[in-house]
Design a protein around this ligand. Structure first.
Ligand code: CU
Length: 690
């Protein structure tokens, strides 16, 4: 009986609606008068449906506590969630139809007619149909995805339907992370990090770190990267546990192909793959007298084409202090001999010059005879600089200087210049304090070059009870009268210490001994320290676990980590057949910028394009010469800070290399881009030259 009554009542209501349309146009129904309705003053449901081939929105302003309605209709299809709302009994809802571009609103049906607004009173459940003609508007998907270790939300602007409301937890999105929108819809996404977390920036079709505005003309995606709160590693870095090596890494070169070349006193040279681990033996058969020939105690640096030139070494038949005149070149896989030097050299230093030739200085011929004449290698043979005789301490710390492209001898004795042109000449002219140091004894301290500034740290303490230095000093070689001057001291005294330039232009100092004597393991320093040239101050970082004193080495890897190895093979020091990897704090401070290069050849002074989605967040671009190091000194270690400009679209940088070889000798460098949080990209290695 009840069922029949309902059907009859429905029929009556339909007839009444029809009458209302004819008489009043777009307006509400008269209130039904049946007993069921007059006694139930409950909320009523309004359903908007669509018809026709076109698309458009049906909207209504908020009614009492009910939010605004925004129903999108496309080709007769409406969204069930956004097109149905429940309103208070007898409330009035005013509907407006707005067609998409390319569509026409042809009118209401069911409750209203015409093309004006449609006013309904919610005394009963209502259904209104809107018809849009024209071509079906294309609809495009927007996909929000997460990345990084942190948490946050991504939301679309208020009032957009359908809304994006995506929660990202450690890179995984949940909630409403995707939606479809008609063509030309403007969507503005806002990313908000959870408390203590950091929003690192957008990827995909969004970029930068602000809000992201998109016009939905194609399918689009937005990647939001959040970082978790920093742990202690973000302050002091992290050392990985030691892993074994087949030899002692007394000599180390980080090659253009990404591998690392190592050798010590015993065993054969090895290449190490820092990406996957693993050592490969690379025997050097270039010696004339193999049984007495040892690369150990040679000097080495990179040539302009990225190969490693190795000169001198130890005559194993005669022992320490007895040099070799051999030289050879490693191309990444195999060795080739060059011509011989005139002088045998044990503990020499090689300096690559502006034109790609290489000067070798110092080294001992035998324990009582210094090789006091420099020689110059120019691609085929060695030429003695016959007017530049000077006996210098072993393994001189030396760099190419920016004024004339000469060799600057930094120490350990008083500084001076070597003019390498012609037959050569040494001079102290133009140096303040006659080239003298702030601290007199820096034997087995380390030195690096940052743009035009040489930083010299530690050293000394060879003869007890004098202790090694904890002091450091700098000299600006671009100054009118370059003069050594002290900067803040390290927390630890260090002799046989290693200095490694980091991508951000700070300097990592590791290992060494704080006790007096040639090399004391009891004084081994485990803490890393970091020098910031901007503040001229040191920060103590975390402790390594292995003694690294005499014959230890470090190399910056392309991924921004530092390889630390060696110690032993002489001096009565424990043989350390291990390496450790140090991850500096910048590797724990959020997402890393990324980039691509069209070419891996840089030409002096010629700007080149670095393609990066992170262009807007980049605050520094640096190149660092690949490591070739031994005996606490990397022969040629330098960093250049490069001028750059971000493109207006935030998708690339225009980077200008140094203008000439006196600022950065030709050869292999790593290119880093660094963001405002100090986080460097992974580097690509490239060649810099004319
Ligand atoms: Cu040695």
């Amino acid at each position: 009986m009840r069922r029949v009554g309902s059907i009859l009542l429905g029929l009556a209501a339909t007839l009444t609606v029809a009458a209302g349309i004819i008489l009043h146009g777009c307006r509400d129904n008269p209130a039904p008068t049946g007993p069921e309705f007059s006694s139930t003053k409950t909320d009523r449901t309004l359903t908007v449906t669509g018809a026709g081939t076109g698309g458009g929105h049906v909207t209504a302003p908020p009614v009492l506590e009910v939010p605004a309605l925004d129903c999108y209709i496309n080709a007769g299809t409406s969204n069930e969630v956004n097109c149905t709302k429940i309103y208070p009994w007898k409330s009035t809802v005013v509907l407006t139809a707005t067609p998409d571009p390319g569509s026409t609103f042809t009118g209401w049906s069911s409750q209203c007619n015409g093309t004006g607004t449609c006013r309904v009173v919610m005394t009963v459940a209502r259904s209104v149909q809107a018809t849009f003609s024209g071509s079906s508007a294309p609809s495009f998907a927007l996909n929000v995805v997460g990345a990084g270790t942190g948490n946050g939300t991504v939301k679309s602007q208020t009032g957009l339907t359908p809304a994006i409301n995506c929660t990202i937890t450690a890179g995984t999105g949940s909630g409403i992370c995707s939606a479809s929108y008609p063509s030309s819809t403007s969507v503005t996404l806002t990313a908000t990090a959870a408390t203590g977390h950091t929003f690192d920036g957008w990827g995909g079709n969004c970029s930068g770190t602000g809000t992201c505005s998109l016009s939905m003309s194609t399918n689009k995606s937005a990647t939001a990267t959040f970082s978790a709160p920093a742990g202690p590693e973000a302050t002091v870095g992290k050392w990985d546990p030691p892993l074994s090596t087949p030899i002692i890494g007394v000599h180390m070169s980080h090659l253009l192909n990404g591998n690392v070349l190592l050798w010590g006193a015993g065993g054969e040279p090895q290449t190490f793959n820092p990406a996957g681990g693993g050592f490969t033996q690379v025997i050097n058969n270039t010696c004339v007298s193999p049984s007495t020939c040892e690369l150990f105690c040679s000097g080495h640096t990179f040539l302009a084409d990225g190969r490693v030139l190795v000169a001198g070494g130890q005559n194993t038949a005669l022992g320490s202090g007895n040099g070799l005149n051999q030289a050879s070149i490693f191309d990444g896989t195999s060795w080739a001999a060059t011509g011989h030097m005139t002088y045998a050299r044990w503990y020499p230093t090689l300096v690559e010059l502006v034109d790609g030739s290489v000067v070798v200085i110092s080294g001992s011929q035998d324990p009582s005879t210094n090789a006091s004449y420099p020689e110059r290698y120019s691609g085929s043979s060695w030429t003695t600089l016959s007017t530049a005789q000077l006996s210098l301490p072993l393994f001189p710390r030396a760099f190419v200087e920016p004024k004339n492209g000469w060799v600057f001898y930094a120490g350990e004795a008083s500084s001076r210049y070597l003019n390498p042109i012609g037959t050569g000449a040494w001079t102290t002219s133009g140096l303040g304090n006659g080239g003298g140091h702030a601290v007199s004894d820096r034997s087995y301290g380390s030195a690096v070059m940052l743009d035009n500034l040489v930083l010299y740290i530690g050293g000394g303490g060879d003869t007890c009870p004098t202790l090694p230095q904890n002091s450091a000093e700098v000299i600006d070689l671009s100054a009118g009268t370059p003069t050594w001057g002290a900067v803040a001291s390290m927390a630890f005294r260090r002799r046989h210490t290693n200095a490694t330039i980091l991508p951000d232009g700070t300097v990592l100092v590791t290992g060494g001994t704080s006790a007096c004597g040639f090399t004391s393991e009891t004084g081994a320093v485990f803490a890393a320290e970091n020098y910031n040239p901007a503040t001229k101050r040191w920060t103590t970082w975390s402790n390594a676990s292995v003694v690294r004193v005499y014959h230890s080495t470090t190399a910056l890897l392309g991924d921004g980590r530092v390889l630390s190895t060696g110690s032993g093979d002489g001096g009565g020091v424990t043989q350390q057949f291990t390496y450790e990897i140090f991850s500096p704090p910048y590797l724990f401070k959020g997402a890393r910028p990324t980039y691509n290069l069209a070419s891996t050849q840089m030409h002096y002074g010629q700007p080149f394009t670095v393609t990066t989605p992170n262009a807007a967040s980049i605050t520094k671009v640096t190149i660092i010469r690949l490591t070739s190091t031994t005996h606490a000194f990397d022969e040629g270690e330098r960093l250049n800070t490069l001028a750059f400009q971000a493109a207006a679209d935030g998708q690339s940088l225009t980077v200008t290399p140094p203008s000439g070889g006196r600022f950065a000798p030709p050869g292999p460098y790593m290119l880093f881009i660094i963001n405002g949080s100090g986080v460097p990209s992974v580097a690509q290695s490239l060649l810099l030259g004319p």
